[in-house]
Design a protein around this ligand. Sequence first.
Ligand code: C5P
Length: 205
Amino acid sequence: MVIAVDGPAASGKGTIARAIAAHFQLPHMDTGALYRAAALNLWRWGGDPNSEFEAVRACEDIGSNLEDPELRSEPVSRIASKISAYPAVREALLERQKAFAAQPGGAVLDGRDIGTVIAPDATAKLFVTATEEVRAQRRVRELLARGMPAHFDEVLCDLKARDARDTNRDSAPLAQAPGSIVLDTSNLSVEEAVAQAIALVRARL
Ligand code: C5P
């Protein structure tokens, strides 16, 4: 049983994926954290995000970064968005994700290309989305809760830029996978979104 959860930034896919994993007692991988961990390496070294070569080197030894609080900071988010467009970066992080999805007991993964590239044969594929305004508002609340500065207009602008980069890149762009079910969380509470997601997955079992 493999469950793929894809969607744009701040759509609620991470929360939903974690809840599905807890409900069905499956291991969960937040694949965005891999790209963020590589971005954090690059940022700490003072590496150049415009260099695909340096970005690939930053994909080594990401394990110790995966729980780092800086993973969600703005500079790291910006670098992650940039380097995730490099085919060689995606290739460097591919095997780890495929192996996680291939565990005998099953798994839940969330990201941008789970249903299209990492686990095209997933048991259930969800595409979680919400309007840009709702997603920007969520991101503002999340940043403020972490004690980080956040202004709605800037966050919205950044989010649009990231959506555009994720959707328009050549390598594994953000897209609704064939056979995926769209869950729009714009007008749903977290509890409602999670309940709907679990019901949708259950219907595919
Ligand atoms: O999901 P999250 O926002 O944490 O992802 C961080 C960055 O990694 C995103 O900007 C996205 O471009 C990239 N990403 C990706 N493919 C994935 C997961 C994340 O390109 N499967």
